[in-house]
Design a binder for this molecule. Structure first.
Ligand SMILES: NC(=O)c1ccc[n+]([C@@H]2O[C@H](COP(=O)([O-])OP(=O)(O)OC[C@H]3O[C@@H](n4cnc5c(N)ncnc54)[C@H](OP(=O)(O)O)[C@@H]3O)[C@@H](O)[C@H]2O)c1
Length: 259
């Protein structure tokens, strides 16, 4: 077991769980945090409680922090903007401040939703233009993470679409800083994903039809196509792409009858 301590926030979430497993497999001393979900192997941490965050980070003195926790459902953000801002922006800022105080770089997980979805693929130098409040809070979180200490300048902002596992090499590269993108190579609509999932599961799908007029009035607006140009990450040899169908096959294999 390596003595490199990694702290992962939001380790009870979709990405955090995958990242936690990955770092454990790499023999890191990994501490994951949860908030409302109780998990034996995770530490309880409410990121909006500044003193709690300071105490944990000061005690663990991690070599790096992978910050996955967020309110990530656009409708949930619109329903309670103040709570989303407290977690996505203010808690990000205070986590980065205490991490900086112990010399730990933070890998902030952002989102493709910082872009408007009109002119993909987006490079790291393209101007963000979020179309909903979720995207705006995540963009403010990015800015907070990158501004925390211009002198150390060691935080990394990773914009992802969709979440697969995690670019787990990034926190172990001490010289990295700035904004990186990662996304799958395929541009798929939800309908195309459902068809591929049905095919993998051997289920009929001819009764499912794409909706040419997706609802716009009541739902929170979403960017249409936010494929990201991942070349900055790939140049480091860190980008990993799994075709959607292969990923689904791997995920459902344990539950298929022939497994
Ligand atoms: N999922 C996607 O499709 C997607 C796409 C692009 C980018 N992202 C970004 O990727 C990151 C991870 O997303 P995800 O899908 O893994 O999210 P998720 O499954 O919704 O998990 C969110 C995590 O945040 C934690 N959390 C919530 N409130 C907290 C608080 N007050 N203090 C501490 N932790 C708190 C949750 O803990 P409890 O559940 O234990 O409360 C949970 O572990 C986010 O930054 C998101 O913006 C996600």
């Amino acid at each position: 077991m390596s003595d490199v301590v990694i702290l992962i926030t939001g380790a009870s979430g979709l990405l955090g769980r995958a990242a936690h497993k990955k770092f454990e497999a790499e023999n890191c001393l990994v501490y994951g945090t949860t908030c409302s979900r109780t998990r034996e192997h995770l530490l309880h941490l409410d990121l909006t409680a500044e003193e709690e965050v300071r105490a944990l980070v000061t005690r663990l003195r991690p070599a790096a922090v992978l910050h996955c926790a967020a309110v990530r459902f656009p409708d949930q953000v619109d329903a309670d903007p103040a709570a989303a801002t407290r977690l996505n922006v203010e808690a990000t800022r205070s986590l980065c401040v205490v991490a900086d105080a112990v010399g730990a770089p933070v890998l902030y997980i952002s989102t493709d939703y910082v872009f408007d979805g009109k002119q993909p693929p987006y490079s790291v130098t393209d101007l963000p233009g979020p179309v909903n409040l979720y995207g705006r809070t995540k963009l403010l979180g990015e800015q907070a993470a990158l501004a925390v200490n211009p002198e150390t300048d060691h935080n990394v902002d990773l914009r992802v679409l969709p979440v697969e596992a995690c670019a787990c090499g990034v926190p172990q590269e001490p010289e990295l800083s700035g904004v990186f993108h990662w996304s799958g190579k395929e541009g798929l609509t939800k309908y195309q994903m459902v068809v591929q999932m049905a095919e993998v599961l051997g289920l009929p799908h001819s009764h499912i039809e794409p909706n040419p007029n997706p609802p716009t009035s009541s739902a929170v607006p979403r960017p249409y196509d936010t494929r990201l140009d991942s070349s900055r990450l790939e140049a480091l040899g860190l980008g990993r792409h799994t075709p959607f169908r292969t990923g689904i096959q791997t995920a459902v294999r344990p539950w298929l009858p022939s497994a």
